[in-house]
Unconditional design. Sequence first.
Length: 269
Amino acid sequence: MPAPRTVLLTGAAGGLGTLMRGLLPAYGYELRLFDVVPIEGEPDAVTADLADREALRQAVRGVDAVIHLAGISLEAPFEKILRANIEGTYNLYEAARQEGVRRIVFASSNHAVGFTPRPREGDPLIPVGAAHRPDTYYGLSKCFGEDLAQLHWDLHGTETVSVRIGSCFMEPTSVRMLSVWLSPGDCARLFHAALTAEGVGHTVVHGSSANTRLWWDLSTARALGYEPQDDSEQYAGKLIAEHGELDDDNPDHAHLGGHFCTHPPQWPH
């Protein structure tokens, strides 16, 4: 598939969106920016909510592909997750269908499978085909997004690469993150591969760097042409000195989703 020239980047004002705004143009992309808040220094960015279906249609009109990062990126009350992440993603896919956009990269999450037990030493890596086991309403919304992507491929022929992002920051900040860290540079490489690979249908990939302590299988990502360049191990000594190694007897360390599986937020009723 030829590299798309114009890509709509939703959630462009967020942490990951800001990183990608700086990195993706080097791959030849012209980014059209979309976020619910204004983006400083970007007067041409679309400022609108995912609930605004007409604004979404105008935003996707004429683009070659979409990278969908917008929505709530942390756990929140279900009503907020429903509006932003579930209904908002539905609105984005409908706008893309109506405007004939054929490729979407969907920011899924490790929290879609958060209750998957983490591998111990000698265990196989977590496969991409692991069943949905969300650890939060946020994770549940990412399960919905993956299933919506599959539906749109089967019904409408819209291709999606669903990227189950681990933790994309400049550097990992916890021992758990050493296993699921996705460097910003590798994230841009993975998104580029997802935008340009041929015949993806609906493909789910794990979004991590080539970490020494990797927990999950990167084979479907590599099949797209993704070649990760970074490894979290350079940060391991400092983090382990501060926090200690993961403990097999600690419930917070038992699952891929970490403490989200054992300490869910309590929202007022």
